[in-house]
Design a protein. Sequence first.
Length: 431
Amino acid sequence: MATPTPTTPSPTSTAQQPPCAIICIGMAGSGKTTFMQRINAHLHQAHQQHPATTAPPYVLNLDPAVRSVPFESNIDIRDSVNYKEVMKQYNLGPNGGILTSLNLFATKIDQVMGLLEKRCLPPTPSPPTAPQAQTPTPPPTQAPLLPSHILIDTPGQIEVFVWSASGEILLSSLASSFPTVIAYIIDTPRTTQNTSTFMSNMLYAISILYKTRLPMILVFNKTDVKDPAEAVEWMRDFETFQAAVRREEDEEREGGGYMGSLLNSMSLVLEEFYNGLGVVSVSSMTGDGVDAFFAKVEEKRDEFERDYRPEMRKRKADAERQKADLRDKEVGRMMRDMKMDVSSKAKGTGKYAAGPTREEPETVSDVEAMEDEDSDDEAGGGMVDPDVDAEPDEDAMFEEGLKARYEAALQERQQGGVTAKSAEYIRRSQG
Ligand SMILES: Nc1nc2c(ncn2[C@@H]2O[C@H](COP(=O)(O)OP(=O)(O)OP(=O)(O)O)[C@@H](O)[C@H]2O)c(=O)[nH]1
């Protein structure tokens, strides 16, 4: 099998640009792993041809159930989680095993992201130090080339990855550090068999798009077996699709009815969705269309920076604002509770009531004696006891200090961030 030479020396980006993360998602057997192998080989080849300007990709395998991976991964979920052992230990079936393995892996997301950022992002410049006399400045060293792409293979059970808490943690963590694009791999021969299979696959893609809110490229794979031109035409022109539906109905002379009209209505609704998608035809077997795929990735990278990143920042800022509001409310509530405690203490009704309790008078002479005591107290009332006067200030300072500490503690707890909190949630749910 002839391997085509990459025509674009750098389908890749400039050296110090953060790499684009490409997440390969697709139904079981659609060819994700073969596609990963192909684009990985393509980037390695580009690196060999232009070692001074391009670096090899950084590769992650997130499929815990795959027996062997035909490419070398820098991070492999199987190194930290034993899928078979997980199934045995938790008494799970294959899907539960994959889900639990992903959950266990997601508890290490901080380490994974730390590693990714260390390997794939330029080092943050250290703060300038005061210039010292006689110390010659060392010549600037050449920064190592950064990978232009991060490639991620996922399990074939799409729902397990996309709709799980761990999948969400992995995706959102990646997207918060790198421009991220989803490559939705489609098994062209199977998907374009008929209009309803095609529509089912498109609905799957749309649900992933809306769930992840990341730019998406539809990769029609296995084009060496079947040309996706007809399916692409169905996306571009809904009338062609509706004509195909009618043709199928005529041929089958059954089914028609609601199915045909449902497909027709959906083709109208989906027109908007198709417009936002990148579509490429690829053969992972022959390498056909890989250059076009990387060109599309660059387009989507720009789209991510232009549309998705500001949207992500806005969502993050909203979440931060909500957290801050919640924190203020909690502090307010606590301070109100404390004030109630203090006032009940002042009235002497609580168990910490201030001062010695007074005995109840039993006789008239007792009452007279007590009144005398009171008037004696009042006589000296003009004198201000400095200790008594200082009390409210001390209380206020104590209250302020407590409030500050409480706010700091709340902030610290909340700054544990989504990932740590979610990881904690997963850990608990595993228990
Ligand atoms: N003819 C042809 N076959 C392909 C192509 N891409 C993948 N295949 C075949 O499709 C089958 C499935 O490919 P995989 O790469 O294992 O698919 P996958 O999506 O990773 O599968 P899961 O890991 O089970 O989800 C294999 O037999 C591949 O050889 C292609 O472009 N052309």
